[in-house]
Design a protein around this ligand. Sequence first.
Ligand SMILES: Cc1cc2nc3c(=O)[nH]c(=O)nc-3n(C[C@H](O)[C@H](O)[C@H](O)COP(=O)(O)OP(=O)(O)OC[C@H]3O[C@@H](n4cnc5c(N)ncnc54)[C@H](O)[C@@H]3O)c2cc1C
Length: 435
Amino acid sequence: MPLGASLKSRACLKLSSQILRHTTREKLASRNFTSSAVRQKQRLLIVGSGWGGYGVLRKIDKKRWDVTIVSPNNYFNFTPLLASCAVGTLEFRCAIEPVRRYTPQVVAYQAWCDKIGKFSTENCSMRACLRLLLHSGKTSGPLADATTGTPFTLRWDKIVLAAGAYSQTFGVPGVKEHAHFLKDVKDARAIRVRILECFEQAMQPTLSDIDRRNLLNFCIVGGGPTGVEFASELHDLLHAEIAHHYPTLAKLAKITIYDVAPSILGSFDKTLVECAGKMFVKEQGEVPFGILVWSTGLAPNPLISSISEFKKDAKTNSVLTDEHLNLIRKDGTVDPDVWGIGDCAQIEDAILPATAQVANQKAQYLVKKLNKLAKDQDSPKPFKFENQGSLAYIGDWKAIYDNSGKEDKIISRESGRVAWLLWRSAYFTMTLSWR
Ligand SMILES: Cc1cc2nc3c(=O)[nH]c(=O)nc-3n(C[C@H](O)[C@H](O)[C@H](O)COP(=O)(O)OP(=O)(O)OC[C@H]3O[C@@H](n4cnc5c(N)ncnc54)[C@H](O)[C@@H]3O)c2cc1C
């Protein structure tokens, strides 16, 4: 059916349901009942199924919004658990939640959003003049096989941009080809396969001990929380299962973290950094490796970079929002129908860290706002971030916890087993389902 025809028939359907609602409302009013009848639904488009997008998807009032979600992933990644999945402590399915849990109530497309541009047609208001050009099959991965790859467009009344960010490589040659990233459950799976591959190869009788050491040299570039947590999980793996199954090889294995900064976990309190630093070593020169995990922060998402109508943060190239999370146009006015949350957006003059904690809180705030909006209620309160502190696992059942910004807390800084308990329970409270 041509697009125009399908739109017309949908409009007709909406019209007839409106007439029905109207008649019912009149009847109810005559009997002095109050009616909470749902008005004509507006189209809400969510771009991305990560901490931001999935957070909105979960709680948005699907009876009042006509929701569509677009993401190349038909699942949500519980990123804090990816390091554990990569070393086999947790099963991959523990770290994902399916988007289709919410269908058919919402429409979900596994696709990339390539462009958010402007166009005009006779009947469109300025708002409807924005369109999305999406195509699936941009990557050469399974997505390309799963879909036709034919571009299509979507219309919307309100849009939530939650496309996240990409991994930063600083243009270092060879990184994309030879390093592993850790952003998705697919990455965790590839890392797990490669770790075991390294040990199996090192078992071959034809190899010298030097070759074995090179193969069992596990390198991590980036001493932030992700790199350190992965190194710590790997350390535990080497000292437990690997030591058991490959006793001679485990002694040859080595984990090294590389960072341009003088210490790892730079965002944490100094005393905690020293405590974590004792667990790791540094090295210089040319280094052969069996596996290289690259985790040096975030690069802008190309979709966000392609947007030119809105203000951007000079450093991160994220879109800038006001404190209600609406995007700010270049002329300084706010777009009431476009929101930005998660790693792809920042509040102007109130930059927050790119974390799940921030993305999740923004998503919860936006859900409340949108649900009120659907009932024609106002929600004038601006977004306020509640810092719950930072946690990082440093191996051997130890973690560090830093909430030193809030000295009024019972625990503002902690390291070791108590911090480990906090670390595990924090993830437990963040879990989205029994999975
Ligand atoms: C290994 C790891 C561990 C972490 N641990 C922690 C932690 O312990 N605590 C913490 O607070 N933070 C942690 N973080 C950071 C946290 O995961 C991010 O800040 C958070 O994921 C940001 O949420 P988001 O929704 O903006 O982006 P993401 O969660 O990255 O989601 C972006 C979504 O957009 C989709 N997308 C991308 N491009 C397009 C496009 N063109 N069209 C449509 N969809 C698109 C993606 O497929 C994805 O579904 C961790 C990150 C990693 C990688």
